[in-house]
Design a protein around this ligand. Sequence first.
Ligand SMILES: Cc1cc2nc3c(=O)[nH]c(=O)nc-3n(C[C@H](O)[C@H](O)[C@H](O)COP(=O)(O)O)c2cc1C
Length: 156
Amino acid sequence: MRGVVYVSEALVYFDKMALESLAAEAAALNFDRGITGYLYFEKDRFVQYVEGDDDIIDELMETIRRDKRHRVLHTVVEHDLKERRFPSWHMRQLHRKELLDVKLEHLLTDYLVYLDSKVDTEDDPADDEDLESKYPTLIWGMVNRLSDLRGKLGAY
Ligand SMILES: Cc1cc2nc3c(=O)[nH]c(=O)nc-3n(C[C@H](O)[C@H](O)[C@H](O)COP(=O)(O)O)c2cc1C
């Protein structure tokens, strides 16, 4: 299995209703394909985590990248995911108030945006990989922490 987390920038206006219908549509589509994860939106940025079979996740990420409603800034992939982190969330929309205790998504968003700014300024693409390989523990540690806390957040 594969786990992917990315940050993107909204290119159209998303109000509460639009976000809810995006997450509901995604959850219905994901349910059929065994994709699980969560979606968070704040300050015009999405952070989404998806997990599932390799081919299915690759295909989903292609579709998501092509979606003109946003621009994907940075993606981090975990290639050999052994166990789902969010087995019961087909696409849970997380809300800010739920995360006040956790504050993890801010860290994760800021970190992925930071990585993206580095990538833009580095001349050698190999350096980008270097940078990512130094921090996977941190990134996946944050995602795992949220997985541990999902009991508190409740089922979708
Ligand atoms: C931020 C964001 C997250 C999305 N997440 C998913 C998702 O988890 N699953 C999904 O099927 N589509 C998701 N979509 C919608 C897809 O981009 C696409 O519109 C949808 O899968 C329908 O694809 P199709 O028109 O090729 O059938 C997301 C779109 C956005 C903007």
